[in-house]
Design a protein around this ligand. Structure first.
Ligand code: B12
Ligand code: SF4
Length: 566
């Protein structure tokens, strides 16, 4: 591969695709596809109780932290801000990160670079690179498939095998629920840590697995538990955190690394909490106590139908497993696919009910979707079942099928998907309530556990539960009395249990702050009904930047101003 003539002196811009996102537009933004994890695909039917939160573009943050060239990360800009950044600076290289749905924005951004910064080389990376024939759709000089840090280091003539430096990443920001913004003081939100990319399980529909090599392949940034421990200690110190969002598609699968991390956590007396992604078969390699000692507090797990035959489930009774995890205080975010090949109009309601019965804390539903680059895409294309008139902007699993299903129509797919979200909410209530229930179960089981590290973690969670969440439970209960008395009864019972366990303080917190939360929830409800949406703020971050000092944030620091709305 050619090295850029300026090598590590080249000035680099790394940008995510432009916003606004939560509205329909000609470049591929869709109201149904906001830049929010939970509200996009998990709690979207939960109205004012939906968890609202944004996440930065971690791929380009990782690249920036690992090159020594002067570099700007421009995250969540508008088109105008992107244009201004191009004209105000002379960039030698403009890197654009994107996923497939946003290919229309990448096309426009490449066009803009040619117009406003004609001397720049354009490098496009991220999942968008998996589209077959992408070279003909956008005007870029390099299209990078797979891991990007090594690629960028090589391109700039840097040492590509140098150790990976981990940037400080606050996992989420502008968190909001029932109309209340959570405070954003240092250390209050988990740090994201990224040990690997890819997953060796190679499920046929999985884009992250196929993008980094597919079955049997993955790419480790940190091979050992020791390395990972050192990274986490560094983040703990700099960011004042004790909780981590571990961004690794199947963290627990790498047992040797996880157990080595546990050993170091014990030696270092660390009471860390870890939110992880894991397949059911990977989870089953550990005892529940090992998971608790490792600080696993939240697991994102696939709960595909038992008839789907995915190896990752491997005969696991997922109902039993999720119940057991809850008893150990581990919140589960289930993920279920709607529209699998065996689904029909006759059996799909039963399959959704089966998923909903897991009563997980959070539940994502996603359409079975052949995404370019995956084995499933190739198979469906070979069978002539791909619908070729679907805009890439609509292939995100939250709208309608992009292929011909044997038994379900495109409209069916949307109807059943929407019903699944609705049914989960109707039957199990707001996710925040379910999460509180699991936290309390964990506390009850572990409050007298021999390992003080583990006790400490649960005790910390209880401060949030008894003083922070109890008022929200009070407000929820009031709201649900008229909407769904059965769920209101369950919330009431949980609140009484919390108040029995934590006494006067938690009762007072509910009595004083509950009515304020209720008022806020109702105000938020009215806002949402009026069509209010949320957008992330813009970030501009410069490293190795020679010239005058620049402000960290171009628009406004996260947490200081009211959210931008559309
Ligand atoms: C965080 C996240 C988000 C955040 C967005 C963050 C953001 N600022 O864009 C939120 C929660 C908002 C989100 C939303 C959505 N997401 Co999302 N998301 C993720 C997640 C969980 C982590 C991404 C990440 O940081 N990974 C770790 C980093 C290190 O890896 P990376 O981003 O791939 O970057 C590496 C390489 O790709 C490459 N690279 C990346 N960019 C660049 C740029 C250059 C110049 C170069 C050289 C290289 C390069 O180098 C990096 C280091 O190796 C991934 C799953 C995953 N495990 O990756 C899904 C994922 C990216 N999301 C996906 C999807 C589909 C969506 C949604 C459509 C929701 C949905 N229905 O599923 C929406 C779209 C919202 C929108 N309007 O754009 C898919 C993408 C599929 C595809 N093939 O395009 C993924 C892969 C999940 C999945 N398995 O389906 N998402
Ligand atoms: S186990 Fe999960 S992350 Fe791994 S390939 Fe299957 S779906 Fe993807």
């Amino acid at each position: 591969m050619e090295v850029h003539p300026k090598g590590k002196r080249a000035r680099i811009l790394l940008a995510s695709v432009f916003g606004p996102y939560a509205q329909d537009d000609e470049f591929g933004s869709r109201a149904i596809n906001p830049m929010e994890l939970y509200h996009n695909q998990v709690t979207r039917a939960q109205g004012t109780f939906s968890l609202r939160m944004f996440h930065r573009s971690w791929g380009i943050m990782m690249i920036q932290a690992n090159i020594s060239a002067p570099c700007t990360v421009l995250d969540f800009a508008t088109r105008e801000q992107f244009q201004r950044e191009l004209t105000d600076n002379q960039y030698d290289v403009v890197g654009i990160t994107s996923i497939i749905v946003n290919v229309g924005k990448v096309r426009e951004m490449c066009r803009m670079v040619r117009e406003f910064s004609p001397g720049s080389q354009i490098v496009v990376g991220g999942h968008v690179a998996a589209i077959p024939g992408i070279e003909g759709m956008i005007d870029a000089d390099h299209i990078v498939k797979g891991e990007g840090i090594r690629w960028m280091r090589r391109y700039l003539g840097e040492d590509e095998s140098a150790p990976i430096r981990h940037p400080e990443i606050v996992s989420g920001f502008r968190t909001r629920m029932m109309g209340i913004r959570t405070p954003e003081r240092k250390g209050a939100t988990a740090a994201t840590v990224i040990p690997s990319v890819g997953c060796p399980m190679g499920c046929n529909f999985c884009t992250t697995s196929s993008f980094f090599g597919g079955k049997g392949k993955f790419y480790n940034f940190y091979n050992t538990g020791d390395e990972l421990y050192e990274v986490m200690v560094g983040l703990e110190k700099k960011m004042k955190v004790s909780t981590f969002f571990v961004m690794d598609e199947n963290f627990l699968l790498h047992k040797k690394r996880a157990m080595q991390l546990l050993k170091r956590m014990r030696e270092g007396n660390k009471s860390w909490g870890l939110a992880v992604f894991s397949s059911a078969n990977a989870l089953r390699q550990y005892t529940m106590e090992e998971l608790a000692e490792l600080g696993i507090s939240w697991v994102w797990m696939g709960l595909e139908s038992p008839k789907s035959n995915y190896t990752k489930l491997d005969g696991t009774d997922t109902h039993q497993l999720t119940r057991e995890l809850a008893q150990h205080g581990i919140r589960v975010q289930g993920s279920t696919i709607i529209g699998l090949e065996h689904h029909t109009r006759e059996n799909i309601i039963g399959e959704i009910e089966y998923a909903v019965e897991h009563n997980t804390d959070f539940h994502q539903f996603m359409l079975y979707t052949p995404v370019p680059g995956t084995p499933l895409y190739k198979q469906i294309a070979d069978e002539g079942r791909l619908l070729d008139d679907i805009d890439f902007a609509d292939i995100h699993g939250q709208f309608k099928f992009n292929f011909k299903h044997a038994a379900l129509s495109r409209d069916d797919s949307k109807r059943f998907l929407d019903w699944a979200f609705w049914r989960d909410f109707e039957r199990n209530g707001p996710s925040l309530f379910r999460m509180c229930r699991t936290m309390l179960q964990g506390w009850k089981r572990y409050k007298n556990f021999p390992d003080a590290r583990v006790r400490r973690r649960f005790a910390d969670e209880m401060t949030t539960l008894s003083l922070g969440y109890n008022p929200t439970l009070w407000a929820m209960e009031k709201k649900f009395r008229s909407i769904n008395p059965e769920v209101a009864k369950q919330i009431h019972a949980l609140r009484k249990e919390i108040e029995k366990e934590f006494g006067l303080k938690s009762r007072l917190a509910a009595a004083i702050f509950g009515p304020i939360v209720l008022w806020s929830a109702e105000r938020e409800e009215a806002r949402l009904l009026a069509g209010h949406t949320y957008e992330p703020p813009t970030f501009v971050e410069r490293t190795n930047w020679p010239a005058k000092p620049e402000p960290e944030f171009d628009v406004e620091p996260a947490g200081l101003a009211e959210p931008a709305t559309a």
